[in-house]
Unconditional design. Sequence first.
Length: 263
Amino acid sequence: MGEYIELPGAKTWYEVEGQGDPVLLLHGGFVTNETWGAQRADFAANHRTFLPERRAHGHTPDVEGRLSYHDMAKDTIDFLTSVVGSPAHLVGWSDGGIVALLVAIARPDLIRKIAVTGANFKPPPELGMAEGLDELTADAPDMAMFRAMYEAASPDGPEHWPTVVEKLVEMYRAEPDIAIEELGRIGAPTLVLVGDDDFIPLEHTIELYRAMPNSELAVVPGTSHAHFTEKPSLVNRLVLEFLDNDPVPTMMPVRRATAPGST
């Protein structure tokens, strides 16, 4: 069961389970906490797992005006300080990964480690995905699953779905727009994951990985943008081993050759 917290920017729905080091699971765009079904038990086995739903998603109502990743990051910062009360790991898929990066840039004191899956740091039109945005309409067949999740949970009612789609597509046309220099200031250990057939270009993901000095990269074979649902056992193991363990010393480091403790 979940509950609401009145944050300064948005009345936010969240769920919490498990005990241990805190970790936030940050869902993707157009979806709800339902998409974390294959992760919840594994993460809650050894972690206090928090699952907030962002503004205009799931049980969390929409707000007046446009939607912005920066506002969603501010909501997440407020959630960390108001509900979690200590630095936490952030695990974000797609839009949730973008939010995690922005939180790490703005408030490094609230972050322990980050894992981002299928995340981009430039707006989709700059990645050659402008045509895909044109196809994101409220009644599009490919949106039926997302619409069903929204209508089952949203306090704004099913009639608000077209408004949310319009606002998110407007956001995607211009955001995110994170400078390489800002990514370079992320000092928290960061795991970057992507499916080998993800719609986020592999070259863009590698650029993200290289921009952060304390990062690791995992390309999940035989998967798409939804790699955490397609191969959950593999992805869960990769992420949890990253969160719960220190990096291993490598025998022939290249990128990490000048890192502290390298041999």
